[in-house]
Write a protein of this length. Structure first.
Length: 185
């Protein structure tokens, strides 16, 4: 039986997200969109939930996928589908934060702290709080790097210069180290 699985895996070809998106644009096949969602949905949601709360992350994630569906013709095949997806989500998140800021400045200041469920381990909880204490741009750059994006891709997503991204990452890591140093040893 395992020989059959090994043989099947030799003949199965994994299609990258860029090609999937191109095929989706050409065909409107919902199965292709579902595959894109399977490939990128969890990473997108994780990014959003670290930038906001759980409910807002769900909402922005859904709006992001709707934008992908409605604006698929805007996609330019450059091998960076995930970066394009995250850029859309980032714009929607910033718009939502601005809209909430107009309603209540306090809601924006406490945005990332709401809806966070406690973790069983103290270190995980401390890390989460330290991450949420970072300024938005530092937290955003750090989380994007943890999602596997490189400096140039983060710069593209955030519309920043690569040097600014490097600085944000350096300050974020310094701050996290300082806040978590008490748990060392």
């Amino acid at each position: 039986m395992s020989l059959t699985i090994a043989i099947k895996s030799l003949f199965s070809v994994e299609i990258d997200n860029d090609d999937l998106m191109q095929m989706y644009i050409a065909s409107d096949d919902p199965k292709l969109l579902a595959k894109l969602y399977d490939n990128c949905g969890n990473d997108l949601f994780h990014f959003l939930v670290t930038q906001s709360g759980y409910e807002m992350a769900k909402d922005i994630s859904q709006k992001t996928w709707l934008k992908v569906i409605n604006n698929k013709q805007m996609y330019q095949a450059n091998g960076h589908f995930k970066a394009w997806l995250f850029a859309i989500a980032r714009h929607l998140l910033i718009d939502e934060i601005r809209q909430q800021k107009n309603h209540s400045d306090e809601a924006v200041n406490n945005l990332a702290v709401t809806d966070i469920s406690p973790f069983s381990e103290i270190l995980e909880e401390a890390f989460d709080h330290a991450l949420l204490d970072l300024p938005f741009e530092q937290r955003e750059a750090f989380v994007l790097q943890q999602e596997g994006f490189g400096i140039q891709q983060i710069a593209t997503i955030t519309h920043s210069e690569p040097e600014a991204v490097k600085s944000r990452l350096r300050y974020a890591k310094q701050s996290l180290r300082t806040k978590l140093d008490i748990y060392h040893d």
